[in-house]
Each structure stands twice: as structure tokens, then as C-alpha cells.
Design a protein around this ligand. Structure first.
Ligand code: GLY
Length: 349
């Protein structure tokens, strides 16, 4: 089993291996000796792993209750949150108890935010079961829900006590969802690690998944350690996201999954950066080759004019310009501040 420690707020471990979901009880018991556990999950994930997680917890002597909500982004809201609070209260959960978020990003963000706010904050552990949640969202303590005005607009930084990544859970995903998760892994290689990028480009990814995921979360963990609240360095994790989020919004969050959208964002920005001499020649082609190997798209027919407007974000953004993440080479990235006019020219290049 691989272990990566994230040294933020007392520190926590990310454990990675194939098949460890059935050992989650003993692994959690090592960091959380007392208290009962609310396993929060969605109906899809529950079918595969709900009972396995409950029985592992009970075998380790941890009393467990399960709350299941409907899968999908539409559940990531205050209504689900209120139901979770009611469930916790009805089952007598106190500050010494904890939550296990079992599932993808929607479950992790919503259950994590419930943990951040129930009784002013209780412990939680992440058991991510999708590519995006294992490669990105379960690490770093971002929790929250969507509101009408936008995604993730209400939330809190609340670090988990433990993250358990069973790479076998990725094998129940469709090929598209596996590809979706790889986009964040490629992003971490592009912004910080030529070694990870080379490993992805040259190896059989599925055969090296534990090693790849370990390298991947080490990069994310280091960035979070240096800037938990996204005042500087953590913004590098937004590589591909300025345009990616605009694409997700353009298709009303139903047409393009997150990984596919940020792949288009990363490829587009890298081609433009290369043309403008901001990035070493040949990087965009290598990036495109890796996206293609992983079944990810490079372009999208959505009109740039619309994407420009959608990527401007809120008004605060406009006053100080846009913070754009550019990779100057594979494994090297920087934040470039541009006025809105400069950004428009950049995007329409
Ligand atoms: N997903 C980007 C971050 O955690 O900051």
C-alpha cells in the first residue's frame, strides 16, 4: 500500500492500493479510535460499495449508519445538505462522531461540507471511487455545494482525517469516466512534474495505476500544503479550468464532463501560449498526444465569443484582471495576470 502525507492542519494520509476499500474499517480505526460513522453516499455507489464499507467498519468495531442520496450534480445543494444534517441529528451524531464520504466529487464535496458545518465541524474521511475524486477532489479540503448563481459558491476548507483510494474502484467506471479522471492527473504532470507526464506518455496506465495515483496525489498534496486557501500557488491547479469551466457552463453542465472540458482548456491554452512564445515549442503536440492516448478531446465546436464571456466569471475578477495559468514547458507552470482586453485577444488568437 502506498501512503502520501499532506502536512496541513495536523496532517493526514492518503492511502492508495488496489482492493483497500474492504480494509477501510481497520485503516480508519488507526486514525479515529472513537465515535460512530455516518457513511454518506449516492445510490449508484451504494450498489457497489455501500454494504462492503459498512461491514468493514463494523468488523473493525466502528458503529455505522448509512445515508444515501440520488446520484448527480443536481443533488449537490442545500436540500441534500439539510437532509444530511437531519439524518445526523436523528441518529444522535455528536462532535466526537464522523462522516465517511463514499463516492465521487458530488458526494465528497457535499458530505465534506456537512462535516465542516454540522455542530460547527466534525471529522470526516474520504473514500473516493471515481477518477476525478481520486485524482483531485478528495485531496485538499475543498468542500461545498452549488447554488443557483453557480457551482461550488458556498463551501468551506475542511481537511479530511484520511483519504482511502482503492484503485480497483476505477475498474467499474465506463471508459469515458476513466478518461475523465485522467485529465486531472495529466494536469498535475503538466504543471509540476515532467516525470509523471513521461510515465503517463510511455507506460500502460492501467497497469501502473497505484504508482501513477501516488505521484499524482503527492503533487496535489504539496501544492495544498504550500497554499491551502488558494491565495497563490494553488491557483496553478486551475490550469485548463478557466476555459474548461466556461465549456461546462456553455453546455449547462450536461454536455461535457469536467475532465473532458479541462482537457480542451489545457490544449487550447498551450497551443496559444506556444504560438505567442510563452511556451516551449513542441509541448502542445506532446500534450495532445497524451490526451489522445487517454481518450480525451483536444477541441470543441463551442464559439470562442461565448466562451470568452462565460469565462470572465464574476465582477471581482474583472477589476483585478484575469489570472491565467500557462505551462511554459512540461512540468513548469506560472500564473499570468492579464487585463480582460488582453485575455480576450489571447483567447481569440
Ligand atoms: N481542484 C483544484 C483545487 O483543489 O484547488
Amino acid at each position: 500500500m502506498e501512503k502520501v502525507t499532506v502536512n496541513v492542519r495536523g496532517g493526514y494520509d492518503i492511502l492508495i492500493d488496489s482492493g483497500i476499500i474492504d480494509r477501510c474499517g481497520e485503516l480508519i480505526k488507526a486514525v479515529k479510535q472513537n465515535g460512530k460513522c455516518a457513511v454518506i453516499t449516492d445510490d449508484n455507489v451504494d450498489k457497489y460499495y455501500g454494504e462492503r464499507v459498512i461491514s468493514s467498519l463494523e468488523n473493525a468495531g466502528i458503529k455505522a449508519e448509512k445515508y444515501v442520496f440520488p446520484h448527480g450534480e443536481a443533488s449537490k445543494n442545500h436540500s441534500t445538505l439539510l437532509k444530511i444534517y437531519d439524518f445526523l441529528a436523528e441518529h444522535g451524531f455528536t462532535r466526537s462522531d464522523f462522516i465517511a464520504a463514499l463516492g465521487g466529487g458530488v458526494v465528497g464535496d457535499t458530505a465534506g461540507f456537512a462535516a465542516a458545518t454540522y455542530m460547527r465541524g466534525i471529522d470526516f474521511v474520504q473514500i473516493p471511487t471515481t477518477g476525478i475524486s481520486q485524482s483531485d477532489s478528495s485531496v485538499g479540503g475543498k468542500t461545498g455545494v452549488d447554488i443557483k448563481a453557480g457551482k461550488n459558491l458556498v463551501g468551506a476548507f475542511h481537511q479530511p482525517r484520511l483519504v482511502i483510494c482503492d484503485t480497483d474502484t476505477l475498474s467499474t467506471l465506463t471508459p469515458e469516466f476513466f478518461s475523465d479522471g485522467m485529465a486531472e492527473v495529466i494536469k498535475h504532470g503538466m504543471i509540476k512534474s515532467k516525470e509523471l507526464f513521461e510515465l503517463l506518455s510511455t507506460s500502460d496506465i492501467k497497469a501502473n495505476l497505484v504508482d501513477i495515483m501516488k505521484r499524482n496525489v503527492s503533487i496535489k498534496g504539496k501544492v495544498v500544503e504550500s497554499d491551502e486557501r488558494e491565495k497563490g500557488e494553488r491557483m496553478l491547479l486551475n490550469f485548463g479550468h478557466t476555459l474548461g469551466h466556461a465549456l461546462e457552463k456553455y453546455y449547462d453542465f450536461t454536455g461535457l464532463t469536467h475532465g473532458f472540458a479541462i482537457a480542451v482548456g489545457m490544449s487550447t491554452f498551450t497551443h496559444i501560449a506556444e504560438r505567442r512564445g510563452m511556451c516551449k515549442t513542441g509541448v502542445a503536440d506532446k500534450l495532445d498526444a497524451l490526451f489522445t492516448k487517454c481518450g480525451l478531446p483536444l477541441t470543441d465546436p463551442a464559439p470562442m465569443n461565448e466562451l470568452f464571456k462565460l469565462s470572465l466569471g464574476d465582477k471581482k475578477h474583472l477589476a483585478s484582471g484575469m489570472n491565467i495559468v500557462i505551462c511554459t514547458d512540461i512540468g513548469k507552470s506560472e500564473i499570468v495576470n492579464m487585463s480582460v482586453d488582453e485575455y480576450e485577444k489571447f483567447l481569440k488568437d
